[in-house]
Ligand binder design. Sequence first.
Ligand SMILES: Cc1cc2nc3c(=O)[nH]c(=O)nc-3n(C[C@H](O)[C@H](O)[C@H](O)COP(=O)(O)O)c2cc1C
Length: 311
Amino acid sequence: MKIYIAPLAGVTDYTFRGLLDEYKPDLMFTEMVSINALEMENEKTLNQILRIRDGEAVQIFGKDIDKMVHSAKYITEKLGVKHIDVNAGCPVNKIIRNGYGAALLEEPDHIKRILCEIRENIADDVDLSLKTRVGYKGLKQHKLVGKIAQESGCKHITIHGRTREQMYSGKADWELIKEVKESIDIEVIGNGDIFTAEDAYEKVKYSGVDGIMLARGICGNPWLVQQIREKFELGEVKTEVTSEDRLNMAIKHTLQAKLDNPNKVFLFELRKHLCWYLKGMRNGAALKSAINLIDSYDELVKLLERAKENL
Ligand SMILES: Cc1cc2nc3c(=O)[nH]c(=O)nc-3n(C[C@H](O)[C@H](O)[C@H](O)COP(=O)(O)O)c2cc1C
């Protein structure tokens, strides 16, 4: 059973993926990359989002077939990436308005053309995949997109068990994910609402998927990868996460962010992660307020160290 780390814009950046790597997920995806931004050589896209390590997968989003192919070729040939993922699931208005992300579900034939053209133009040793939702505008297209992914030469399809209209509300429908698994032969990766090892176990046993993709569940909880492995391999979760572990991870994350970005301060991104680590901890609320007022890596580390002494 494979464990993949989802593309999460503003979250699964270079530093966080570095921390997650310690728990050895089978594959990690970058935040989604705009094919338009790549074409315009946007600085953030080139230097931040496409800052990658060997073995990581890159997700692209857009609609224009030539640009999609061009981006896939650039990322695989110039950057040496061995896995390209196409986003057909993003529900955000500004993406949908342009016909990108989940809006592609309105034109399943176009998804097929994008995938087939990319497949034809990238090297044989590069994997291609599709990440999508179960439907758009009241239609349930899960089995259709599964078939399309298979016919277009995808290595796998990741299916999030919500429609575009659901955004992130309601529950992911793993029955629909199960139906995709039962209807195609390529690997099916299930996604949606995995927050604990028990969630993962229950959903995999129910649906028979080949793997899972973790998204919001790993925010502030990189241990989830290890806990899921324990549940599957040993029958129970062995790793208990204490408040001290949480603070240590928050300190590690801060120090790593400083090391990764010696010339630039990314406190906005970092604060979000730190607040997640502290969620539910005694005095967590006061600590979070203090974190949001600090504007240097060193001061953050001092605050977190002090919090450890006061545990
Ligand atoms: C903050 C945030 C950013 C996301 N960014 C992306 C993205 O860049 N590409 C993508 O395909 N999905 C993105 N997603 C969707 C997730 O990858 C995932 O499909 C979704 O959160 C459902 O899984 P979950 O219920 O385990 O969180 C994002 C979700 C969130 C909450």
